[in-house]
Design a binder for this molecule. Structure first.
Ligand SMILES: [Zn+2]
Length: 292
């Protein structure tokens, strides 16, 4: 497992899946083949599988270690979960994720905080694991940092029509009294704080890290693919409030473009982290030169 140093902190990636499962016109429903044609030469093979034409979205957590805390950002897909709509996610039993954590030198007990940027199925799964037929916190010593507004929205949705991932990966954390319900601008300390980035979900947040003059931001799903650097206006199918998501995406890129802040995305192709640079009126993504 490779680490990246950021000031006096380290960042590791725990990869669960990296498969080209996302059909581009399905995921960006307003696009047509001709919208993609000018980009195919740079999208293939890193972002788009040349064989299937599908997009790669890695499923991964970031682990941040500061002098004070060990923080896991986003909980991926998880094991033993009923996810019939996605065969690769359904009733998964492999050990890759926890092996990746171990390779980073960590046991589940070592995590102090879990932060879920939002409550979609691929960001909460490892919050819990199945033990003797019950969902229990995977990280037994962690406080799970949830946006209260995000939680309340999904709870109301769950009451209208049951949501498997909310029932198996969020509610058990609340019932175990491990949830820390916060506003989406919450500061953990002067090194780690949240930044409201709503639109993809009602109260999606990004996570900021500052350490000894170095900076990073973990962007969650306010964007999914580097194609949205060139096309910030492209709506991802799961976006909750598309106009707000578009505004948040563009403002986020404007804010961090050509700054020293390392942008750690959830689903851009590996190594998933880098910097926005200008490309005329829009942006490009320059991947981190560090090997990790
Ligand atoms: Zn996601």
């Amino acid at each position: 497992m490779k680490h990246r140093t950021l000031g006096e902190a380290t960042i590791s990636r725990v990869l669960e899946l990296n498969t080209p499962d996302f059909e581009p016109y399905g995921f960006f429903p307003e696009t047509k083949p001709e919208d993609w044609t000018p980009h195919l030469h740079w999208l293939k093979p890193k972002c788009m599988d040349p064989a299937s034409g599908n997009l790669y979205f890695p499923m991964q957590s970031y682990v941040v270690r500061t002098a004070h805390h060990t923080i896991l950002i986003d909980g991926c897909v998880g094991n033993d979960k009923t996810r019939p709509h996605r065969p690769r996610w359904h009733m998964k039993t492999d050990t890759r994720y926890l092996d990746g954590l171990a390779a980073a030198g960590l046991r589940p007990e070592d995590i102090d905080y879990v932060m879920c940027t939002h409550m979609h199925v691929d960001h909460v799964g490892w919050n819990t694991r199945l033990l003797d037929g019950r969902w229990v916190p995977t990280f037994p010593n962690a406080k799970y940092v949830f946006s209260r507004k995000e939680h309340d929205y999904w709870l109301a949705e769950h009451k209208k029509a049951p949501l498997d991932h909310f029932a198996d990966s969020v509610l058990p954390i609340v019932e175990a009294k491990r949830a820390l319900m916060v506003e989406s601008d919450h500061a953990l300390d002067d090194e780690v704080w949240l930044e409201p980035t709503p639109g993809h979900t009602p109260d999606h947040f990004a996570v900021r890290l500052a350490s000894a003059g170095a900076n990073a931001v973990f962007s969650g799903d306010l964007m999914h693919s580097p194609i949205q650097c060139r096309h910030p206006e492209w709506r991802a199918r799961p976006d909750y409030d598309p106009p707000q998501a578009r505004a948040t995406r563009r403002a986020f890129m404007e804010r961090y473009c050509e700054t020293d802040v390392l942008v750690c995305t959830a689903h851009f192709p590996l190594p998933s982290a880098g910097h926005f640079v200008r490309h005329g009126e829009v942006f490009d993504f320059r991947y981190d030169a560090a090997e990790w």
